[in-house]
Design a binder for this molecule. Structure first.
Ligand code: TXA
Ligand code: MG
Length: 344
């Protein structure tokens, strides 16, 4: 567990990253910060190394991993061809929270990374610690979020420690991550690129850069089979029964009162603006509704906090599905197992 200065500018941080990079070269797993969430990294070229990721997380083997790179040269070694639209997105958003899906060159990576698919997801993270670590080990790094499968993703080194201590070789602690939700996953193998997972780069930003992009229908209709294998799994769920509430704070409070009358201990997931309004056993605010980026940044930490509190059920507010709100509502809906209670 190494503590590293976010700017990687002092010699101590530098030598600690060196140790972490050596472990990656020895095909061990190391968790590290990115601008979205913490990743659990391993050498993407080694079956032995990638296997350790799946084992540590308890991740289903049919769910492919994102490959993290620090230079475009590293990408060119792996990718068959880069469509023009993708070039434009790379120019505009890398390094940053955007994962692009390309056709993969044969025999360049462990086949476990892609879960047998002919495509690979690649991103260049916008975090000095992540970039320096990848540069130092000189390898493409496969890295899913560094949580136990099914739990909320980790936004601090402490979250990683709680989930994976004893199961991985090390954690590079670079402080809390910034964006707080994972990267946007965009399939670039089609003429009109498809958003498979909403995330840190919004649909509006993508459309501003390249014009039309489409949205995988399974994201708005749970009856459709998702094209991103990872999107079919239950995720981010707190232990208590979590429901989203579409309606006024007064309506949400009546649901709290009903649950309390049944003898249940009740939590409320809200924002700073409404926190003082609710009367419940535990009221947690993820951020301010004036700036949804703060809600994204606080989302997973808030969901994890409920697991440390004695609550039987949680009611959560909903957010506008635009900008970063798309990613927030995607994660909250999954955390709630699609339970949404609407005010009549
Ligand atoms: O922000 C992030 O993307 C973080 C940080 C650590 O970089 N990583 C992350 O990885 O969220 P993970 O493994 O938790 O999520 C990867 C998602 C999954 O939904 C997976 O199914 C999808 O990307 N994915 C990866 N490769 C794919 C491919 N070739 N085709 C379709 N979906 C793919
Ligand atoms: Mg994940």
């Amino acid at each position: 567990y190494w503590t590293v200065d976010k700017n990687v500018d002092n010699s101590e941080s530098y030598s600690q990253l060196e140790e972490a990079a050596e472990l990656l070269q020895q095909n061990e797993t190391v968790a590290f910060p990115t601008e979205t969430v913490y990743g659990l990294g391993a050498n993407a070229k080694s079956d032995q190394a990638v296997k350790k990721i799946f084992e540590a997380k308890g991740r289903p083997s049919d769910n492919p991993l994102i490959v993290h790179i620090a230079s475009k040269e590293q990408m060119n070694e792996i990718v068959e061809e880069i469509p023009e639209q993708a070039e434009m997105l790379i120019e505009r958003f890398w390094p940053g929270p955007l994962t692009l899906i390309f056709k993969i060159k044969k025999d360049t990576l462990s086949s476990l990374v892609t879960a047998g698919l002919q495509t690979v997801g690649i991103r260049m993270p916008d975090h000095p610690v992540a970039l320096e670590l990848i540069k130092k080990c000189g390898l493409p790094i496969a890295a899913p979020s560094a949580n136990t499968s099914g739990k909320p993703s980790p936004t601090t080194a402490d979250h990683v420690f709680q989930d994976l201590n004893g199961r991985i070789a090390g954690i590079v602690d670079g402080g809390a991550t910034g964006v707080g939700v994972e990267s946007t996953v965009l399939d670039c193998t089609e003429a009109v690129p498809v958003i498979l997972r909403p995330g840190g780069i919004t649909r509006e930003q993508l459309e501003d850069a390249i014009g039309q992009v489409s949205y995988d229908p399974s994201l708005s209709n749970i009856k459709e089979a998702p094209r991103s294998p990872g999107m079919k799994y239950t995720h981010y769920a707190p232990q208590a029964k979590f429901s989203l509430v579409k309606g006024s704070p007064e309506f949400l409070q009546t649901l709290v009162n009903e649950a309390k009358a049944e003898g249940l201990r009740v939590g409320v997931f809200t924002t700073e603006e409404h926190a003082a309004f609710y009367e419940a056993d535990h009221v947690l605010s993820a951020g301010t509704s004036q700036d949804l980026a703060t809600v994204a940044a606080g989302l997973y930490d808030t969901l994890r906090k409920f697991d440390t509190l004695p609550v039987d059920c949680i009611f959560g507010e909903v957010f506008p599905v635009e900008g970063i709100g798309q990613a927030i509502m995607n994660r909250l809906t999954k955390a709630a197992g699609h339970r949404i209670i609407e005010e009549k």
